[in-house]
Design a protein around this ligand. Structure first.
Ligand code: ADP
Length: 498
């Protein structure tokens, strides 16, 4: 009203049947975002976009149009007072982390009709509903993506009239938090599958875990093999053809806490692939009835976002030998295993850059059909004496700063490395933590009795951690997997390929 949009104000008052005087202006509302969020919600729920309508003006002209069955023409006054959104340049919020994108929506009706399978077009000309086949072709798959569900939803609604994802064209997002190709272009899916795909994407959402190859101590052979299997085929595709065509499945096996998950995280951090982090037990427990469909959707998504790595942790909990589990096996679980095998076969026959990385602590429990499909098997063994020494050095260096408090260690690293035969990486980490706790414990009482306000942590002087302390901790702990070691090497002799 202040700006003189009297007609518009009156129309609004009439149509909403609200007295505008009872309201005041909000200065911080992004109406378009609200609209888009509602539309995304509606889309996830019903696999279609809501039709947004407005009341037809009750003019004599319209009445006549309605009687004659024709489409009412917009009253001249309303086209003045209600500007169409598609004539404007509106700011497109994509996600919290990404910069705003200008959506210059110059949609002509023809263009909109061109995009296949456009479900509905709102009266505002917001072309947000294109589940377009052309979208799949014209978007540019980007490498090094990390699943981002909220981004994906936003992505799904930010498809321009010709089906090109606006996000993929207009900016290069922060590499640590990339958005995926819009799921709206994910074709060949029925409503149910689409819903599942949305759910999978949510479940496997993962930020780059920030583990570098150099953060992994020892395991040189395993690192080299993983690089050979995953990194190089993507980097030098021309080399990896014919007899050298890339492995499709790789199994990391060995005692718990030796760095298998760490290796997978390094792949996620260092490789330019979309990384699907799937904990097998989650699939099984959460998706009892739907696990089999979930597996199919997972592989389809992986192909769609290729190059991709699917990491299946705790594989034995999903792929134990079929039919042996205490007599009768759950029907759904058997179907799911079969589906996983079928999908792995599909990978083996195709040129898709989709790669399965599996980890297991109990390889002898794995189904033999699954094992055959994990062509490359790598033992991630307990750390060597040298690696154990480096680990203690890494976690307890002579001087470190712990939240402003200096931690000093005077340790005979070689001796400690030698004394911890049979300890896994995570065992050693625990021992280091325990050893570091000892001097801290000594002063905790004093700290607790301190008057609040004058406890300045940086003034505290902790005792130095000594070799004797450390050895004492060792005698009070047991390595978690020592007695299994022989079982792994025996299995290795029988099953490891090279
Ligand atoms: P698993 O083999 O059971 O998957 P993880 O990879 O989860 O074991 O390792 C557990 C933890 O132990 C890691 O988060 C890491 O802190 C430590 N760890 C184990 N092995 C290593 C290693 N080789 N280098 C560095 N840290 C390690």
């Amino acid at each position: 009203m202040e700006k003189g949009y009297v007609d518009a104000a009156n129309a609004l008052e009439q149509e909403t049947k609200l007295s505008l005087r009872g309201f005041e202006v909000c200065d911080n509302i992004d109406l378009e975002t609200i609209l888009m969020e509602y539309e995304s919600y509606y889309f996830v729920k019903f696999q279609k976009y809501p039709k947004i309508t407005k009341k037809v003006l009750d003019t004599a002209e319209n009445k006549q149009q309605l009687r004659s069955g024709g489409r009412p023409r917009r009253a001249t006054s309303s086209s003045h007072t209600l500007p169409r959104l598609n004539q404007q340049t509106v700011q497109q919020p994509v996600s919290k982390t990404s910069p705003g994108i200008t959506l210059g929506s110059k949609s002509s009706t023809k263009e909109s009709n061109d995009s296949a399978l456009t479900l509905e077009q709102s009266d505002f000309g917001l072309s947000i509903s294109a589940i377009s086949k052309s979208g799949g072709d014209s978007t540019h798959p980007r490498k090094g993506q990390v699943m981002d569900f909220s981004g994906m939803i936003q992505d799904a609604v930010s498809v321009s009239p010709n089906g090109i994802a606006l996000n993929s064209l207009n900016y290069d997002p922060d590499p640590s938090e990339r958005l995926l190709k819009p799921l709206s272009a994910f074709i060949g899916m029925t409503g149910e599958m689409r819903e599942l795909a949305m759910a999978v994407s949510k479940d496997i959402y993962l930020h780059k875990p920030n583990v570098k190859w150099n953060d992994i101590i020892g395991l040189d052979a395993a690192k080299r093999l993983v690089k050979e299997a995953v990194v190089y085929p993507i980097k030098y595709p021309q080399l990896f053809t014919g007899i050298l065509s890339p492995w499709k499945g790789l199994l990391l096996y060995g005692p718990p806490g030796t760095g298998k998950t760490l290796l997978a995280k390094a792949v996620a951090t260092e490789c330019s692939t979309t990384f699907f982090n799937i904990s097998a037990s989650t699939i099984v427990s959460k998706w009892r009835g739907d696990s089999e469909k979930l597996v199919r959707v997972l592989f389809e998504l992986a192909r769609y976002h290729a190059p991709s790595t699917i990491f299946l942790d705790e594989l034995e909990s999903v792929m134990s030998q079929r039919g042996t589990a205490s007599g009768g096996e759950h029907e759904g679980s058997r179907r799911m295993k079969t589906e996983l095998l079928v999908q792995m076969d599909g990978l083996a026959r195709s040129d898709d850059l989709v790669f399965v990385l599996a980890a297991s602590n109990l390889p002898w429990e794995l189904d033999s059909a699954m094992l055959r499909r994990l062509e490359k098997r790598i033992l991630v063994d307990l750390p060597s004496k040298e690696a154990r020494k480096v680990m203690v050095q890494h976690w307890l260096p002579p001087l470190s700063n712990n939240g402003g408090v200096k931690l000093r260690a005077d340790l005979d690293y070689s001796l400690l490395g030698q004394e911890m035969d049979g300890y896994s990486g995570s065992d050693i980490k625990l021992v280091c933590k325990e050893a570091a706790m000892r001097p801290v414990r000594k002063i905790l009482d004093a700290l607790e009795n301190h008057q609040p306000g004058n406890g300045n942590l940086s003034m505290i002087q902790l005792d130095t951690i000594t070799t004797a302390d450390f050895l004492d901790v060792i005698t009070h702990t047991k390595p978690s997997a020592k007695n299994l070691s022989q079982k792994y090497t025996a299995w290795q002799r029988e099953f490891e390929s090279v």
